[in-house]
Write a protein that binds this ligand. Structure first.
Ligand code: FAD
Length: 470
């Protein structure tokens, strides 16, 4: 049978466009469909705009708090200009993704794709488009439809004062007062960012601590910094309802804890309680593609769904919902359809939170490793012993390396400036099964933050030089 396309990729985020480009590079005829904006969540309303705003907020905050270095500045943030600058970055990047797809001979379809039968799908385009409702036949399909913010009953994102992360990242003005519901990574990043540009921020979290995937040794550093910024952190409270306050023109959030109700006034309520997969848009049930009870499309070890010729990758295929995991799965799915010579083995997926200071982890924590039967060795260095951290006045945090009994690096945690950049060295060590002594024997330039990784590796064998060995 002749198909309109060999591979139909549904969704143009980091999972979809990466799979499309790689499959095309491997000589396959590819069609990529996107219903909204190329680049998906990551480029439009996720990683890129959030990190652009975080960088700008860091710059304003650093300039405003540099008096001890003899720098006297009182930065004024013009949020509308800042927002335009961020939007320009986003559109530059999304345009370049579209160009790259075209340059790689990928056919692009603007529209929403739904499966009709095993090898056909319908494309719903914008109303009035004469090709609306056309059918496309494919040999293989890759579902890369991503995820969306979870909502709380009664908190409707259509209501102006109720924001999700997309609203927060596309607003042209910043609120004077903001309540963030949820102290996961998105809530904590955005709370930090808004606080640094002068918004009065309160964070409400139902659990007893922020960032539940991390231990208190990690979260206390970030919470301490947030408190210094003046952020009010409230744990053990659940957002119950909200209403417009007629007296102040603000919104009132009502929270409930075990024994009391409380109210908080603000200009906006940002709900950041997690994300859920977008799997319903492709009508998976029509062709027997199975989903788990959270809506994630179920896949096997090679990312095939319950239908052998259809793959699912990225956020829609499960946790961790991270862009680099989406990328990695995209390459693997493309290679399953059009095998190439290079090898792509399973990897430890790093995880980064762009709070202040940044948090980055890869591989095992000590607890996880021991639960899996490892006899661990730990090397840990406080950043206050690192010359570069001192010279940056950024000494809160640490580098920790976890090894197995034979010294192979199996995980690491970094809390500190540039943790997001530094973690790749530990990720490489985990991937190559490097030993701590090999990292310790590697010459690291001085003075750099990366020297703390070398020192932590030395500390595994109690041989750190610039810090007392534990
Ligand atoms: P998406 O990027 O969501 O793309 C899916 C695309 O599919 C969308 O464009 C959607 O319109 C399209 N689509 C859906 N259904 C259909 C259909 N039926 N037909 C056609 N098109 C369809 N990750 C990190 O790694 N680092 C970070 O720092 C980071 N920061 C983040 C900050 C925020 C505020 C948010 C919200 C997310 C962040 N993420 C981060 C997560 C990251 O954005 C996602 O993991 C990543 O975008 C997932 O890529 P994806 O391609 O699977 O899905």
């Amino acid at each position: 049978m002749g198909y309109d396309t060999e591979v139909l990729v549904i969704g143009g985020g980091p999972a979809g466009y990466t799979a499309a480009i790689r499959a095309s590079q491997l000589g396959v005829d590819v069609t990529l469909a996107e219903k909204d904006a190329y680049g998906g969540t990551c480029l439009n309303t996720g990683c890129i705009p959030s990190k652009a705003l975080i960088s700008a907020a860091n710059m304003a905050h650093e300039a405003g708090t540099a008096a001890q270095m003899g720098i006297d500045a009182n930065p004024i943030v013009d949020y509308s200009t800042l927002s335009n600058w961020k939007s320009n970055i986003v559109s530059q990047f999304t345009r370049s993704v579209e160009k790259l797809c075209k340059a790689n001979n990928i056919s692009l379809i603007d529209g929403e794709v739904q499966f009709e039968s095993d090898h056909t799908a319908t494309v719903t385009r914008t109303e009035g488009d004469e090709s609306n409702g056309t059918s496309i036949s494919f040999q293989y399909a890759i579902i890369a439809t991503g995820s969306k913010p979870i909502s709380i009953p009664g908190f409707n994102y259509e209501d102006e004062p109720i924001w999700n992360s997309s609203h927060a990242l596309t607003a042209s003005s910043s609120p004077d007062e903001l309540v963030v519901v949820g102290a996961g990574y998105i809530g904590m990043e955005l709370a930090t960012m808004f606080s640094k540009i002068g918004t009065d921020v309160t964070v409400i979290e139902a659990l007893d601590d922020a960032l539940p995937a991390y231990g208190s040794d990690v979260t206390h550093v970030v919470k301490k910094r947030l408190k210094e910024l003046g952020v009010d952190l409230q744990f053990g409270e659940r957002a119950a309802s909200w209403n417009e306050s007629t007296d102040t023109g603000q919104v009132e959030l009502v929270t409930e804890s075990v024994d009391e109700k409380k109210t908080y006034l603000s200009d906006r309520i940002l709900v950041a309680i997690g994300r859920e997969p977008i799997s319903e848009t492709v009508a998976p049930e029509k062709i027997g593609i199975t989903r788990d009870d959270r809506g994630f499309i179920e896949t096997d070890g090679s990312l095939r769904t319950s239908r052998d010729h259809i793959f699912a990758i990225g956020d829609v295929a499960g946790e961790p919902m991270l862009a680099h995991k989406a990328n990695h799965e995209a390459i693997r799915a493309a290679r399953s359809i059009a095998p190439d010579e290079s090898s792509v083995s399973a990897c430890a997926v790093p995880s980064v939170i762009f709070t202040d200071p940044e948090i980055a982890t890869v591989g095992y924590t000590q607890e996880e490793a021991e639960a899996d039967g490892y006899d661990t060795r730990i090397g840990e260095i406080p950043l206050r012993s690192n010359g570069r951290a001192l010279s940056m006045a950024e000494t809160d945090g640490f580098v920790r390396i976890i090894t197995s009994q034979n010294g192979s690096i199996i995980g690491g945690t970094i809390v500190g400036p540039e943790a997001s950049e530094l973690i790749s060295e530990i990720a490489l060590a985990v991937q190559l099964e490097a030993k701590a002594e090999q990292v310790a024997a590697t010459i690291h330039p001085h003075p750099t933050l990366a020297e703390a990784i070398k020192e932590a590796a030395e500390n595994v064998r109690d041989k750190a030089i610039h810090s007392l060995n534990r």
